[in-house]
Write a protein that binds this ligand. Structure first.
Ligand code: BGC
Length: 365
């Protein structure tokens, strides 16, 4: 009996012992005792539903219990409350895809005080020392892929100030830190052409702020594009429009709707970029009303993050591949960057169908 009690005491002590870096040590305890909070921004975009479902399934398969929450439709106070509940209800680690990278500072202070590791998922949480790790895709690389696609599809190298290409620019939520990188990557390719006059942006809207879309909403991007179209007389029979840089698929869908409204068809559709390979956008690609997207396999990201959680719970060091890029204003957050992949009608069979990401039926094929 004495032996059993002392064994229990040793196990209990082991389960609460802290490492010097604040991680809860647990190698001697089954992961089934551990609860992981997963906070996602919205249910209204396909990708976050996939991200949440993948994370839950993989964490459960690894033996964790999961508290998965969606913050309504990008509602910041809801996300703050949900994370607060995860802290007070005893989650052992919390994974967060932040709506507004800067609004979580005080709730994360509570998490840090309780040595709960925080992993920033896809979007970097800003201004907080509590963020332990970050896993995302190479967000600058996403923008580069989009910019290069526009450059090559519109043959910008053969354009000049006397024979320019006409583009418009649409990016995402101003409070999403990823936008800084998407925009930066695309502009690293397009800016020289804009400066030389080989690309003309007739709306004159060329800053990230001017081109942003609140909450990445397709309704907002559609409204903005409708205004730009009417103010500049763009149309198949009006002012030529060669392409629209869109930072993701939801903004691209709004732009596509606005272009269709003024009579563009697959025969003369301007080049429209995207990101995520949302089903709606892949269908638009097949229909010729969106030109490309960037595939970010959410299964890969979930696997990486689950690996990070598992390492932290077992007191080992998570795998990272970037220690320079992501400064959140307080520290450079050690990161793992997954690789984004260019997607267009040329490769969707292999990339999306053969890989099992979508069935043909889901894409209406
Ligand atoms: C993600 C994109 C997504 C966008 C809108 C970004 O932070 O990286 O994949 O399209 O948010 O939800």
């Amino acid at each position: 009996m004495k032996k059993i009690i002392s064994t229990m005491l040793i196990l209990a002590a082991a389960s609460t012992m802290l490492f010097a870096n604040g991680q809860k040590e647990s190698s001697s305890v089954s992961t089934s005792a551990k609860k992981i909070g997963v906070s996602m921004p919205t249910k209204s975009l396909q990708r976050w539903n996939q991200d949440g479902a993948n994370m839950k399934a993989e964490l459960e398969a690894a033996g964790y219990s999961v508290d998965l929450q969606y913050a309504g439709d990008n509602d910041i106070p809801t996300q703050v409350n949900q994370v607060e509940n995860m802290v007070t209800s005893g989650c052992d680690a919390i994974v967060i895809a932040a709506i507004d990278g800067s609004s979580l500072t005080s709730v994360l202070k509570e998490a840090q005080d309780q040595n709960i590791p925080i992993i920033s998922y896809d979007r970097l949480i800003m201004n907080s020392p509590a963020v332990s790790y970050y896993a995302t895709f190479d967000n600058f690389g996403v923008g580069v892929i989009q910019g290069e696609y526009l450059r090559d599809a519109i043959k910008l190298d053969s354009k000049s100030a006397s024979d320019p290409a006409y583009l418009e620019l649409v990016t995402g939520a101003p409070d999403d830190n990823n936008c800084v990188y998407f925009w930066g990557g695309a502009m690293s390719i397009l800016e020289p052409y804009i400066k030389s006059g080989a690309v003309v942006i007739k709306s004159g809207q060329t800053t990230r702020q001017q081109c942003s879309t609140p909450n990445w909403s397709n309704t907002e991007s559609q409204k903005r594009m409708e205004n730009i179209i009417s103010a500049n007389s763009y149309g198949p029979k009006g002012q030529k429009l060669d392409g629209v840089l869109c930072s993701n698929d939801s903004t691209a869908q709004g732009v596509t709707n606005a272009l269709k409204e003024v009579g563009y068809t697959s025969a003369n559709f301007p080049i429209v970029t995207g990101q995520d390979c949302d089903i709606t956008s892949v269908k638009n690609m097949i229909a010729g009303t969106q030109s490309m997207s960037v595939f970010k396999d959410t299964r890969t990201l979930a696997t990486k993050v689950v690996g990070m959680v598992d390492a932290l719970m077992k007191g080992t060091t998570p795998e990272i591949n970037d220690t320079k890029t992501y400064d959140n204003g307080v520290k450079i957050v050690p990161s793992y960057l997954c690789t984004p992949v260019y997607a267009s009608n040329d490769n969707i069979q292999k990339l999306l169908i053969d890989s099992g990401y979508y069935t043909k039926a889901q894409l209406g094929l």
